[in-house]
Design a protein around this ligand. Structure first.
Ligand SMILES: [Zn+2]
Length: 253
């Protein structure tokens, strides 16, 4: 694999009650930094960014973890994005699922069902701005459920739509006739291409957690976009949108 990499969050430190220097078992788990009773080296207690576990580390490890925390703060993507869904629409969806299931549906069922209905409607009408927002809600929901690999693919898909300038068609003009704007008939307008900073931040975070290199992420991106968006006839193909996206993700070290 020759792809670029970003600094990952690592499984540094020991969680098994052994000294991080001499690896020998400790009589008890230290609650604060103390010297090892066997080798005398100072063992530090730290929380690591990867999974928020408390671990015993060496002084060098502690510095590395501090650097990872610094990066995590800079990247700003430490919490899943919140799926933005309308409360009234959620209530209506809940009522219809309650009838279909014959029982109270779970919160997640309601959200997933609403997202799938609404994204399909928007896609059918080529309201690709709305479609993009529901694709983002879908990725965020998967992210909140801890399905990190699926969430990553979903966020990358949102970046693909953004780099193609996914837009809603112009609203009807005064006579009820759609105003024609060049380039808008397909629902894409690459003049409006952009990348959303919160989506990039969260994507970086998921890449750092899973420690993926650029080749792997590009393969996930291409595979997802080809499966999901082929029928949309986006002006730019996945391989054409990768260069700016790859730079946004991997040129920051
Ligand atoms: Zn020791």
């Amino acid at each position: 694999m020759g792809g670029r990499r970003i600094q990952a969050y690592t499984a540094t430190g020991r969680m098994d009650g052994a000294c991080p220097y001499c690896q020998r078992d400790l009589p008890e788990w230290p609650t604060r930094s103390v010297p090892c009773p066997h080798c005398g080296n100072e063992m530090l207690v730290r929380t690591r960014p990867l999974d928020r576990e408390r671990v015993l580390v060496t002084e060098a490890d502690a510095e590395m973890l501090e650097m990872q925390w610094e990066l995590l703060r800079e990247r700003g993507g430490a919490s899943p994005l919140r799926p933005l869904l309308d409360d009234e629409e959620l209530e209506a969806e809940r009522a219809s699922l309650r009838i279909r299931f014959g029982r109270e549906p779970s919160q997640e069922d309601v959200a997933a069902s609403l997202i799938s209905h609404r994204s399909f409607e928007h896609m059918r009408r080529l309201e690709l701005g709305g479609y993009r927002d529901f694709m983002l809600a879908k990725a965020s929901l998967l992210d909140q459920q801890g399905k990190e690999a699926e969430a990553l693919a979903g966020y990358l898909g949102v970046c693909f739509l953004d780099l193609n300038g996914a837009r809603n068609p112009p609203s009807p003009g005064p006579g009820g006739v759609a105003v024609r704007v060049a380039g808008m008939v397909t629902g894409f307008s690459i003049d409006h291409a952009f990348l959303a900073p919160p989506v990039i931040a969260r994507t970086l975070h998921l890449i750092a957690i899973a420690d993926l290199d650029e080749d792997v992420v590009r393969a996930v991106f291409t595979g997802f976009c080809e499966r999901q968006f082929q029928t949309l006839r986006a002006p730019l193909r996945p391989h054409e949108t990768w260069p700016p996206l790859g730079d946004a993700l991997f040129s920051q070290g």
